[in-house]
Design a protein around this ligand. Structure first.
Ligand SMILES: [Zn+2]
Length: 166
């Protein structure tokens, strides 16, 4: 796994860091060579989210998100966006490409691995498809399993580093 991805994983919510490391390792093994997974975004601060929300509304450009600060799972460190790095050089977002020639698109191989670990793919969403995006559907805690919707997460107290306390 590359350094940049690893650094981004280290900023995810502590409860999913090991899991995401394992997912990416598993993906890289399944893709057997040319394509490797790069995490392009993990944790996104409330401030960064606010700036994204402003694009196409307050600042110029096309709208990039419908989520205000606190309304994205990224804001809590339970989501990642990915791309593929091809031959260690070029970033690629082609979800149909079969770089390892095993008759399954590499992106979809990753979707299946993420799903096995309880992560939902933005490509499955009906209204706004977000192909690079994956997020943890729920988190089991000692007391109960918490659905990781932003509405749920936004009600939970956060520690000094800003992570929700579960
Ligand atoms: Zn995302």
């Amino acid at each position: 796994m590359d350094k940049i991805s690893l650094q981004r994983i280290e900023k995810l919510h502590p409860l999913v860091r090991e899991e995401v490391k394992n997912i990416i390792k598993e993906c890289d093994e399944a893709l057997t060579g040319r394509a490797k997974v790069r995490i392009t975004q993990g944790l996104r601060s409330f401030e960064e989210q606010e700036k994204l929300y402003a694009i196409g509304r307050i600042t110029t450009g096309k709208k990039v998100t419908n989520a205000k600060a606190g309304q994205s799972i990224h804001n809590y460190g339970f989501a990642v966006d990915i791309c593929m790095i091809i031959d260690g050089k070029v970033a690629n977002w082609d979800t149909a490409k079969d770089w390892d020639n095993d008759q399954v698109a590499d992106w979809y191989e990753c979707v299946k691995i993420f799903a096995k670990h309880g992560w939902d793919w933005g490509g499955n969403w009906k209204t706004f498809k977000d192909l690079p995006h994956f997020e943890r559907k729920s988190i089991p805690t000692k007391k109960k399993t918490i659905k990781t919707s932003w509405r749920n997460l936004s009600k939970i107290a956060r520690d000094k580093d800003g992570y929700v306390i579960l």
